[in-house]
Design a protein around this ligand. Structure first.
Ligand code: GCO
Length: 477
């Protein structure tokens, strides 16, 4: 699978056909869309605390209301049906299920997700449930959060509670969304909740999130009754490009921290030796206990792949003004423990509204690389999409840049499949404009526009493009 495909260099194909079993979906996350932050027994999460901390989020935005999906879920399901979605990837808010992070179960929280799952099934939409999309119950952070090994065990207990309640209907379970963000942005750079900037904490979080993944899969497989349920994890892979002869070392370092710190334990049952060496000045990794790696390496049916853009790196020469264009908010800490001497270079455009470069070839390269690294592992694009500034005009949202982005990345996905990648489907991020973490509501990723004052939803042109792609299973002209 190393031959390169031909096709248009700019990936702007049309007419490409996707097979009948290729799954077309869209994705959201609980804290980003639900609102109702204190309703029906929901407890506080680290994102409630973080977003209510002055200075952390642009414009002081919070997820208190968001898209008010907690109250509008039925009409949002009707919207998914209208678009023809075959699957919907959502996340379950742990603090709605266990407000204190352990023990007492909030039945109203379980009931909300039970209604949501039933509503999806009634509309012929496959439920894909993520257990953790970053909204850790604050009570667990107060006890150390992901730096505390006990949190992994609390996560497994939470997984069992949800698995028992929804395990007869959910089609695909995803344990974690992007543990890289939870660990490195939450405990390393400080750009995400809980906003800590401690290299050791970030690496402890990496391991305890890996452990949580394994423990949760064991619990889900114990309690889930749906015989054909599938199990997965979603990782945001970094596609890393070079610049000069110092780049191979920089690429290796970032690949170890960003990618292999998770695929190593989860898919190979070991931490990469170079990762341990690169971080030896911070820790001896003695928080990894005997047997942990056997627990973490649970088989998964599909590997979720989140992709948005590439990064370009070199080793900083220690003198010239360094660039820090790794695509994440720089709030003072580093998401790269042990490799803060890697320089992230500004890449060529065009860019999305996040300042991320538009590189569909990076998606093709990533999928082929993962397929070559893990030939037996089916893949699913669980997030791909773009933020651009949108305006509603006469009840329409013309978003040609987002439509073009999707066309180019669907082309890349199709090419990867042509090269033999076992790619099972594609979830567009996101169904709805929503709370974009540190950027608040200033970045719009939805194929459906949300007016945050009126909560009116407006399907964008990109949403109609997707609707047509799903209907015909061909990339529209
Ligand atoms: C992520 C998260 C999403 C983001 C999206 C755009 O990948 O960071 O899963 O919650 O909103 O990716 O940044």
């Amino acid at each position: 699978m190393t031959e390169t495909t031909t096709g248009s260099k700019d990936y702007r194909d049309s007419g490409l056909e996707f097979p009948a079993d290729f799954l077309f979906g869209s994705a959201t996350a609980s804290y980003q869309i639900e609102g109702a932050a204190t309703e029906d027994g929901r407890g506080p999460s680290i994102w409630d605390t973080f977003s209510h901390t002055p200075g952390k989020i642009v414009n002081g935005d919070t997820g208190d209301v968001a898209d008010d999906h907690y109250h509008r879920w039925e009409s949002d399901l009707d919207l998914m049906k209208e678009l023809g979605l075959e699957a919907y990837r959502f996340s379950i808010a742990w603090p709605r299920i266990q407000p204190d992070g352990s023990g007492r179960v909030n039945e109203a929280g379980l009931a909300f997700y039970s209604r949501l799952v039933d509503g999806l099934l009634e509309r012929g939409i496959r439920p894909v449930a993520t257990l953790y999309h970053w909204d850790l119950p604050q009570a667990l952070e107060d006890a150390g959060g992901w730096t505390n090994r006990e949190t992994a065990y609390r996560f497994a207990e939470y997984a069992a509670v949800v698995g028992e309640a929804l395990g007869d209907r959910v089609h695909t379970w995803t344990t974690l969304n992007e543990p890289w963000c939870s660990a490195y942005l939450g405990y390393g750079s400080g750009a995400h909740a809980p906003g800590r900037t401690e290299p050791l904490a970030a690496l402890q979080a990496v391991h305890h999130l890996n452990l949580a993944h394994g423990l949760a899969l064991q619990e889900l497989r114990r309690v889930v009754t749906k015989a054909d349920a599938e199990y997965s994890v979603t990782l945001n892979f970094h596609v890393i490009r070079g610049h000069d002869d110092s780049s191979p070392e920089a690429i290796r370092r970032i690949d170890a921290l960003a990618n292999r710190a998770f695929t190593g334990p989860m898919l190979r049952g070991e931490y990469p030796a170079d990762l341990l060496e690169d971080t030896a000045a911070i820790t001896d990794w003695s928080f990894v206990q005997p047997g942990d790696l056997d627990v973490i390496r649970q088989p998964i049916d599909v590997l979720g792949v989140n992709y948005y853009s590439t990064v370009t790196v070199k080793m900083w020469d220690g003198e010239s003004p360094r660039q820090n264009a790794d695509g994440h908010k720089d709030v003072g800490g580093s998401p790269w423990p042990g490799s803060t001497d890697v320089e992230f270079l500004v890449q060529e455009g065009p860019y999305t509204a996040m300042g991320w470069n538009i590189a569909p070839d990076g998606l093709e390269e990533l999928l082929v690389s993962l397929s070559e690294q893990f030939p037996e592992q089916p893949l699913m694009i669980t997030e791909n999409g773009a933020a651009f500034d949108d305006v509603v005009e006469d009840g329409r949202v013309h978003d040609p840049e987002r439509l073009d982005y999707l066309r180019r990345h669907f082309t890349a996905a199709h090419r990867a499949k042509q090269r033999g990648v076992d790619l099972r489907g594609y979830f567009v991020w996101s169904l709805l404009d929503n709370f974009e973490w540190g950027y608040g509501y200033t970045k719009r990723f939805g194929i459906v526009h949300v007016d945050y004052d009126t909560q009116v939803r407006t399907v964008k042109d990109s949403g109609r493009f997707y609707q047509e792609l799903i209907r015909t299973r061909r990339l529209p002209e």
